[in-house]
Design a protein around this ligand. Structure first.
Ligand code: NAP
Length: 287
């Protein structure tokens, strides 16, 4: 997500500073550990920062279930966003924060989730991300929280890249069809955030928003589409149930996000998931 923000902001009239907890080879990055409030305050003061877009998080959903990791996951997903919110509140700035569909899932439902639906996370990742949202809201800062889902991009390790590789190299593959949601091309979310910030559309419109691509699919159908676009015809892809892949955390069976609010408030269209998938995969296949 952070890498896509770098791309979409490159021609901005605003000045962006990109931070990470570690040095990234070949990229200009300012080192910042967002679990340290004083370090955030210093960067904000030194650079006159008026808005923060937080793309950092603990994102390993299964790894978050390790009881020994709980304190660290909570620190990164709940305390760090609170730190960023405090730092922005102190300068009357804006915090843009990315959250997740995994704040839902505990209650059974089969219609798309709205922003005001009660959070019912099924695991530590979703729970700590929900705490992060609540901590931001408690500070009284101006905030935009975007709950997104099934993020992929040209960068890092993600489902699209994994399945492009597996469907090219394996004769058979089983993929769960009983978890339904919507993929999100991180570029589309980054471009949305950029448009809102660049054109100051957040004024009077702060709050929680849902953003994924349009449409609904299962991980199985997502994989079939990835194989089709990649031209990987030799892999036999079969649907299976989630219990065939035991996991330490129960994932939401239906995690479709309702995007009516973001579309109406910011008067924008959201790309259909297969259209965006083709764009991302064409970029990957050019590499
Ligand atoms: N991926 C998904 O499917 C998905 C779905 C819904 C919502 N989201 C949310 O979307 C956001 C972006 O996700 P992503 O997939 O782009 O995540 P990602 O690739 O895992 O990136 C997270 C970044 O946070 C950095 N980070 C870790 N600890 C830090 C610290 N103490 N201070 C500063 N930075 C730190 C990581 O650095 P290192 O790599 O050096 O550790 C990494 O660059 C997250 O809020 C996530 O919860 C993701």
């Amino acid at each position: 997500m952070g890498n896509e923000m770098r791309i979409v902001t490159k021609d901005s009239k605003d000045k962006y500073i990109f931070t990470d907890v570690l040095e990234i080879e070949g990229q200009e990055t300012t080192i910042l550990d967002i679990t340290c409030l004083d370090a955030i305050r210093k960067i904000v003061a030194d650079n006159d920062v008026t808005a923060i877009i937080n793309c950092a998080a603990w994102t390993n959903v299964d790894g978050a279930e390790d009881p020994e990791k709980y304190a660290l996951v909570e620190k990164l997903n709940a305390t760090a966003p609170e730190n960023l919110a405090i730092a922005m509140k102190e300068v009357n700035g804006l915090l843009v924060h990315i959250s997740t569909d995994y704040v839902f899932g505990g209650d059974p439902y089969n219609t798309p989730c709205k922003e005001d639906q009660k959070g019912t996370p099924t695991g530590v990742y979703g729970l700590t991300k929900l705490h992060g949202e609540q901590n931001i809201q408690k500070t009284g800062v101006d905030y935009l929280i975007f709950r997104t889902a099934w993020l992929y991009s040209e960068f890092g390790k993600n489902f699209v890249k994994t399945m492009m590789n597996l469907t090219a190299n394996k004769p058979q593959l089983k993929v769960v069809f009983d978890q339904v949601g919507t993929p999100t091309y991180a570029y589309d979310l980054a471009a949305t955030i950029y448009d809102i910030i660049e054109n100051r559309k957040y004024t009077g419109n702060t709050g929680v928003y849902h953003y994924s691509n349009e449409g609904v699919t299962s991980w199985y159908d997502f994989t079939k589409m990835i194989a089709e676009i990649a031209g990987n015809k030799s892999c036999d892809i079969q649907p299976c149930h989630s219990d065939e892949f035991p996991s330490p955390v129960k994932r939401p069976a239906y995690s479709v996000l309702d995007k009516t609010k973001v579309k109406e408030v910011f008067e924008m269209a959201v790309p259909y998931w297969t259209d965006s998938l083709k764009i991302c995969m064409n970029n990957l296949m050019k590499e």
